[in-house]
Write a protein that binds this ligand. Sequence first.
Ligand SMILES: [Zn+2]
Length: 70
Amino acid sequence: MTDIIDKAQENEEIFLAEALYRQAEKNTATVSNYYCDDCGEPIPEARRHAVIGCTRCVVCQEYFEKGFPG
Ligand SMILES: [Zn+2]
């Protein structure tokens, strides 16, 4: 049963590492949005701090980078 917890922690580490990488790669803004530009959902505090200047939630950012389906 601990596999699920381990996996979740692993995913979080990957998410944070990726967020820091992206922040260093294109750090153009200095203030993160409280709400996603695309869907209007609140952006989690951890993401706002990890990705300074983020304007989208994780889901919309993925769509933005990979292209919206259809
Ligand atoms: Zn969104």
